[in-house]
Write a protein that binds this ligand. Structure first.
Ligand code: SAM
Ligand code: SF4
Length: 342
């Protein structure tokens, strides 16, 4: 009889107490970033000391454990995932799960700054889609939002990604008084280039320099405005996340809306989020978290780690409780989006 060794055990899946299968892991591989988007970070951020980060080998071990337990999609994010030193080593290593068929998709969310350099290599590692965050097509507004003068570099990154064969979805945070006048232009530009677009509402995560409420733009209003000129047909397409998708009849492209503040999207949630220090967050909008670092480092085999993952999933909350609190001026979540990667 073949008795599986501890590291070879397979599972029938990760099911939370509300019957939801967890099939999607987002991994923040670094909290550092080469940008300082005003809604995401303060200009003077204190980043984690490098020695506190999981090594790339440890990230591979945790991700592989999740894949063994039934996770089918992995998304690397950050901070900016492509600024982590030797990140391509991890991506290449994880691609073995694509080759084996255990993993359906390995993907990234990126600000695009390193894509000129890495697009071809990403494709050769089996990455087929990337999400790129781009909030404006105006270089001056780009500099205001990101606090960096890198618009040209991002455009070259998008070109390189398309030339390499990567499908692109653009993420645009909709910001009152900043880029709201560009939304229709962005829809047209993305769809003309064969890219989907997702609009995101600002979420109250982590202290930033200004008051987020000043730029908070409810997407319900945006949707109504777009409907004055365009026909938006709801699509059945679901990602198990907070996006709702529409087809824009006049452009033929897909347009998503992520509205965590004004809508509940939790009943179909299929995801958990790992930080670069080995903390697993079971919900973007709650503090419930499980330390995976201690079980990971407690032994060379994965028994303790697997047990910790099971326990974490048994604690996944039913839903989140986001709201922008105008009176207290405090973010609903103290951690920044760059910690869990969105
Ligand atoms: N640096 C990469 C990027 O910008 O795509 C990956 C990490 S970033 C934290 C992931 C996504 O979160 C980006 O699309 C970004 O626009 C979005 N984001 C960051 N802070 C946010 C906030 N407070 N509210 C809404 N979206 C936010
Ligand atoms: Fe960096 Fe992405 Fe945050 Fe902008 S949104 S500061 S690119 S992590």
């Amino acid at each position: 009889m073949n008795i599986p060794l501890p590291n070879q055990q397979t599972d029938s899946g990760l099911i939370d107490p509300f019957g939801r299968a967890v099939t999607y892991l987002r991994v923040s591989v670094t909290d550092r970033c080469d940008f300082r988007c005003t809604y995401c970070m303060a200009e003077n951020m204190t980043f984690l000391p490098r020695k506190e980060l999981l090594s790339l080998e440890e990230l591979d071990r945790i991700c592989s454990c999740f894949v063994g337990k039934g996770v089918r999609r992995l998304r690397l994010t950050g901070g900016e995932p492509l600024v982590r030193r030797n990140i391509m080593w991890l991506i290449k290593r994880l691609s073995r799960h694509l080759d084996s068929g255990k993993l359906e998709e390995l993907t990234l969310t990126s600000n695009g700054s390193q894509l000129e350099k890495y697009a071809k290599e990403l494709f050769s590692c089996g990455v087929r889609r990337v999400n790129i965050s781009l909030d404006t097509l105006d270089p001056a507004i780009f500099k205001d939002i990101t606090r960096r003068d890198h618009f040209g570099k991002i455009m070259r990154g998008i070109d390189a990604a398309q030339e390499a064969g990567l499908l692109i979805k653009i993420n645009m945070v909709a910001l009152k008084n900043l880029n709201e006048h560009e939304i229709a232009t962005m829809v047209r530009w993305c769809h003309e280039r064969g890219m989907d677009l997702t609009l995101i509402e600002t979420m109250p995560m982590g202290q930033v320099d200004g008051d987020r409420y000043d730029n908070y733009l409810p997407l319900s209003t945006v949707k109504e405005q777009l409907r004055e000129n365009w026909t938006l047909t709801p699509l059945d397409y679901r990602t198990g996340g907070p996006s709702r998708y529409y087809e824009v009849e006049q452009t033929g492209g897909k347009l998503g809306f992520i509205t965590p503040l004004s809508h509940k999207f939790c009943e179909s949630c299929n995801r958990v989020r790992l930080t670069c220090t080995g903390i697993l967050y079971m919900c973007l909008g709650q503090d419930d978290a499980k330390d995976l670092l201690t079980p990971l480092r407690s032994s060379g085999h994965d028994l303790a780690l697997r047990a910790a993952i099971d326990e974490a999933i048994s604690l996944k909350p039913e839903g989140h409780d986001f709201h922008i609190d105008r009176r207290n001026q405090k973010p609903a979540m103290t951690r920044h989006m760059s910690v869990t990667g969105g």
